[in-house]
Design a protein around this ligand. Structure first.
Ligand SMILES: [Zn+2]
Length: 75
């Protein structure tokens, strides 16, 4: 449980993490998904980990006030 400064509480509070999948820019149809697969396939210089970072947003949520902050950190 990361302790972080919450800008709403104005103090350091416990935060929980939430990973949220970004909405795909591709449609839901089979054809669209196939296109998504191909474009992913040809991202030769992106590692799988980069790809999953690119597809998800990481949030930290203040346990005290529930304030949600986007915190995308590339590890
Ligand atoms: Zn807070």
């Amino acid at each position: 449980m990361p302790i972080q400064l919450c800008e709403i509480c104005g103090e350091e509070t416990a935060h929980k993490e939430a990973i949220v999948q970004k909405p795909s820019k591709y449609g839901k149809s089979k054809k669209e998904q196939f296109k998504a697969f191909l474009s992913g396939f040809f991202l030769s210089d992106a590692s799988v980990s980069d790809l999953s970072h690119a597809l998800t947003d990481r949030y930290v949520i203040c346990e005290k006030c529930g304030h949600k902050k986007l915190e995308n950190i590339r590890e």
